[in-house]
Write a protein that binds this ligand. Sequence first.
Ligand code: ZN
Ligand code: ZN
Length: 330
Amino acid sequence: MTAMRAMVLERPRTALVPRERPVPAPGPDELMIAVSACGVCRTDLHVVDGELEHPKLPIVPGHEIVGRVAAIGQGVSGFSVGERVGVPWLGATCGVCPYCREGAENLCDAPVFTGYTRDGGFATYTVADARYCFPLGEGGDDAGIAPWLCAGLIGWRSLRLAGDGKIVGLYGFGAAAHILAQVLKWQGRRTFAFTRKGDTRAQEFARSLGAEWAGASDDLPPELLDAAIIFVPVGALVPAALKAVKKGGRVVCGGIHMSDIPSFPYSILWEERQVRSVANLTREDAREFLALAPQAGVKCAVTCYPLDKANEALADLRQGRLEGAAVLIP
Ligand SMILES: [Zn+2]
Ligand SMILES: [Zn+2]
C-alpha cells in the first residue's frame, strides 16, 4: 500500500486525468481512508466546469465518500481501523468565527470543503479530518449509501428549511430529490415532482418513489405547495416555484450555483412568500439525517462506474442521463 490511484482535475474545464500518487499519511486529527465508493454530485460538475472560484488545484473531486479507516492520525479518538465511515462536503471549519460559535458552522468564514479545497474521494485512498467524518455502521451497501453524504445531507437541510408544510414540491428529480421523496413519504407528507418538460421517464421515476403528482417545471401543480425545493441550477425556476407556492410559502434553493434569476413581478413574492438558499451543511444535519435515513428505509437508485470512468459519470450527470445517483467504485 504505497501508491494510490486518483482522478485529478488539473485545470477547470478540462477532463479529469488518472494519476498515481503516494498514499497520503494521516496527519494529526486525520483519518486515512480506503475509499469503497464515492458519489458524483452536481457540485463536482460545478468544480470541474470552473463555476466555483478558487479550487485547490490540482484537486481530487468527490465529497460523498464511503470507505474504511486504514490508518488513524495522532489525537483521533472514537474511530477504529476497519470501521466504515463517511466523509461529506464539509471538510473542516475554524471553530472560532462568529458563525461557528453560533452553531452555524455551515457558514464558517474559513471552511475546508472536501473535493474542492482539499482532496476528495475520486481515488482509492483519501485523508479527512476525523472530526468531520461519520461512523456509518454496517447497514446498506457502500454504493447505495454514498449519495447520502451530500444529496442526502443537503437535501435534508433543504427540507428542514422548507418547514413542516404538508405539500412539498421538488424541482429537479435527481439524487437529492429521489432521497427526499422517500423521506417525505415516510413522514406522511405529499410530494409533487417537477422535471424538464417531456421527461416522462423522470416523472415516472418520481411517481414510483411516492410522488403524488409529477409534471413539467413550468406547470402549475393541482394544488398549491406549502414549500418548494429547487435542486437544479436554473434560476428561471425561482419565479416558476414562487407561482406554485401558497401564501406564506417558501422556495428553497438547494444548490451551490445557479444561473441568473430572471426579474419577476413583486406580486408572486407578495403575501409573505420567501426565497432562501441553503449553504453547505452542519455536522448536526449529518447526524440527524444519518440516523433518520435507515429508519425511513431510504434506498438510493445508483449507477456505478469504475474510478477511471469518472469523466463518463460526470458527462452522464451533466446530460441528465441518470436515474438517481452516479457512484464511482475504485
Ligand atoms: Zn468558522
Ligand atoms: Zn454535493
